[in-house]
Design a binder for this molecule. Structure first.
Ligand code: SF4
Length: 309
């Protein structure tokens, strides 16, 4: 059995991207809620951090629960964070809940964002750059994510500088790729992708961070497809796997390595990939020639085969 991705992978991923039904999938993505803030970067950051923090589980539930948070936040996310009633952080979103994420944790998040903007007037891009600035290419991105996660946990790069103690479980919402176990930090990587990539549907608001440095936000769908496209053989969904998949994608597009992330994630989310051999679905799949379930196998005769879709 050949190892590594098929030589056709780059061409087929570009075909997937070209044909991808973005208007169908964007409304299912938390990124849809950020589109209205393209001209208000600080509000986009606030809504982006809130949306990415709860981006776990079923897409419909995420959209419902995000909608409830945004209703409470109101039309001016930046203004709310800058004048947030800090003594109300425990009750501000009460009785909201999304899976294991509680209202008091989301209230603390707004409080921390307010502290962060006081400490770093350049916003979260400044924080990210401060964490990544002095490091070499291999560590630059993880340094930025580490700084971002510390500021969301503590309001500052230094722990213990806030008057307000976080509620139980709060700091665990913002893992660092440098923590023991080297977590994949999917939600922080998703947020940074939204802010940095210059092409729609991403917002491209952080102009001083190079899209070439981005790493893949590794959700369960992207991991499954990446394994079956032989971008990784690793069994853990952790930071080394993020790095390995990103390196594989960087060989296909060094300037914009995670350009295919939205299409790959939503191929899984929308049910376009059954995650088993099903010719009715796989016959239309642009990356079928590269997928381990089909690579080297004859395709069934009939209207869908054996031509390349
Ligand atoms: S060929 Fe089928 S199983 Fe493989 S990635 Fe495409 S849809 Fe999924």
């Amino acid at each position: 059995m050949p190892s590594g991705p098929a030589p056709t992978l780059g061409e087929d991923l570009r075909a997937l991207e070209r044909a991808f039904p973005y208007p169908r999938s964007l409304p299912m993505d938390p990124l849809a809620q950020l589109q209205r803030y393209r001209k208000d970067p600080r509000s986009a950051e606030v809504v982006g951090v809130v949306a990415s923090t709860i981006a776990v589980g079923n897409v419909k539930t995420i959209q419902q629960d995000l909608g409830a948070l945004l209703k409470r936040i109101g039309p001016d996310p930046r203004g709310l964070v800058e004048s947030f009633p800090r003594r109300e952080w425990r009750t501000f979103f009460h009785p909201w809940r999304h899976r294991w994420i509680r209202a008091d944790q989301m209230g603390m998040l707004l409080l921390r964002l307010g502290e962060a903007y006081e400490n770093y007037p350049g916003g979260l891009e400044e924080v990210f750059r401060e964490g990544s600035g002095a490091l070499g290419p291999a560590e630059r991105f993880s340094g930025g994510i580490d700084a971002l996660s510390r500021v969301l946990r503590y309001g500052s790069l230094k722990e213990g500088s806030s008057l307000y103690e976080p509620p139980p479980g709060y700091t665990q919402l913002f893992p660092s790729p440098r923590a023991p176990g080297r977590p994949a930090c999917k939600r922080e990587l998703l947020f940074v992708r939204w802010m940095v990539r210059r092409h729609a549907p991403d917002l491209g608001l952080w102009r001083r961070v190079d899209p070439a440095d981005l790493h893949i936000p590794l959700d369960t769908h992207v991991y499954w497809i990446a394994r079956h496209l032989r971008l990784t053989r690793r069994r853990s969904r952790n930071w080394p796997t993020v790095v390995e998949i990103t390196e594989g994608l960087r060989r296909l597009d060094p300037v914009d390595p995670i350009r295919f992330d939205f299409a790959l994630a939503h191929t899984g989310i929308s049910g376009d990939c059954p995650k088993h051999r099903d010719w009715e679905v796989c016959g239309r799949c642009r990356v079928r020639p590269d997928c381990d379930l089909w690579r080297g196998r004859p395709v069934p005769p009939g209207p869908n085969g054996p031509v390349r879709p």
